[in-house]
Structure formats: structure tokens, C-alpha cells
Design a protein. Structure first.
Length: 205
């Protein structure tokens, strides 16, 4: 799906370099470094810089600049990200203890801060269970992406590795209300007569 040499990975956390050639040629890679991170605030960024203080960022400065350029040129309409997580200080249960929510939330905050066309809405999975059920979220971290098109996308887990490139592509496609599907693929999909539920399973290794 992506060109270039195979990405390297951090052996302790399996974080890979993230090729994004399919999104925009000038942007070669974005990496998520493995580092101890201080707890950050759960916020609703709408394009302002929320990375203040001593919080370790996941995106490097040059990656942030490249993504900002992509979003400024390619995003058309607004995109809403409904992120379901376990807020700091909330009561956890054995069945709903989230070990990757903080990392997923921080990554989404950093991405949303790069464009005023990306709105991140943070929900507590347990406290706002009715909203989670309505949006089809049954696990965390859970992300629902909505844009110009009538459909929605759901993503569960941390969009790291190759999936980060897919996330950026999804943001662009949703803001435009269109995808680069071929005419033949569109014709085939138009002939479906019953609902189809597609699940794509990915692994960081």
C-alpha cells in the first residue's frame, strides 16, 4: 500500500516509522518515539496549540509542519472526531480498563491542533455510554470519524504504524466527501442490495 523501504520499529513498544507517501509525496515519515510521557489534559482542541508545558509530544516538529501543510491544502469541509476513552480519575472496571487510551488521546489532540477544520470531541466511555451505543462504540479507545459524506468510520485502538497514514487519508476523504475509488469499484458497490459490515483487523507488528 505504501512505497519506500520497510519501516523500522522500536522493539519495546513496536512503534514504527509511519510512511505517508500515499497522502502527500513531500511528507516521507512521521514517527512515534517511545518515551515516558507525562499525563496530559483531556481537552477538546479546535485548532489551537494545546501542547504547552512539559508534555512530551508524539509528533515531531517537522512532521507537524508537513501535516499542517497537507491539511491546509487538502481539507475542504470540517471533520468531527468523536473519541471515546477512559478519563483520568474515572472509576475503571476489569472489563473497561484502558491501557492505550492516554496515548491514543494525545495523538488525536496533536493532530486536531493542526487544523481548525478538525474538531475532536472527547467522551468518557462509561459516563456517556448512551452516546457510545448510538455511535456503535463498544470498546476503547474508540474513534468515530464524521465528515462531508453521509457515512461514518470507526477505529478502535491507537492509529499508529501504517494506520496513521490511513487516518490522515480518511480525514482528507471525509472532508471532501469523496474517495479515490475507481469507476468500476463504485459500480460494483452500487449493486449491493443488503447492508454489508466490513471489519479490518490490523496489528502493530
Amino acid at each position: 500500500m505504501f512505497g519506500g523501504p520497510p519501516p523500522t520499529a522500536c522493539g519495546c513498544c513496536h512503534h514504527k516509522l509511519l510512511p505517508l507517501e500515499s497522502v502527500d509525496r513531500p511528507l516521507r515519515r512521521v514517527s512515534l518515539p517511545h518515551a515516558e510521557r507525562r499525563p496530559g489534559r483531556i481537552i477538546h482542541p479546535t485548532g489551537t496549540d494545546n501542547l504547552k508545558g512539559n508534555i512530551m509530544t508524539l509528533l515531531r516538529d517537522k512532521d507537524r509542519r508537513q501535516l499542517t501543510d497537507i491539511f491546509s491544502r487538502q481539507l475542504q469541509d470540517s471533520v468531527t472526531l468523536d473519541f471515546f476513552t477512559q478519563k483520568s480519575g474515572s472509576v475503571s472496571t476489569a472489563s473497561h480498563e484502558c491501557h492505550t487510551c492516554r496515548e491514543a488521546g494525545q495523538l488525536l489532540e496533536e493532530v486536531a491542533a493542526l487544523s481548525d477544520k478538525i474538531q475532536l470531541l472527547v467522551h468518557d466511555f462509561l459516563d456517556q455510554s448512551e452516546d457510545a451505543q448510538r455511535l456503535g462504540v463498544d470498546k476503547i479507545p474508540g474513534l468515530v470519524l464524521k465528515g462531508r459524506s453521509k457515512g461514518v468510520l470507526r477505529y478502535f485502538g491507537v492509529p499508529a504504524g501504517y494506520e496513521f497514514g490511513a487516518l490522515v487519508e480518511d480525514l482528507v476523504d471525509l472532508s471532501r466527501g469523496a474517495t479515490p475509488l475507481s469507476a468500476a469499484a463504485r459500480q460494483g458497490l452500487s449493486e449491493l442490495r443488503a447492508p454489508v459490515h466490513i471489519k479490518v483487523l490490523v496489528t502493530p507488528t
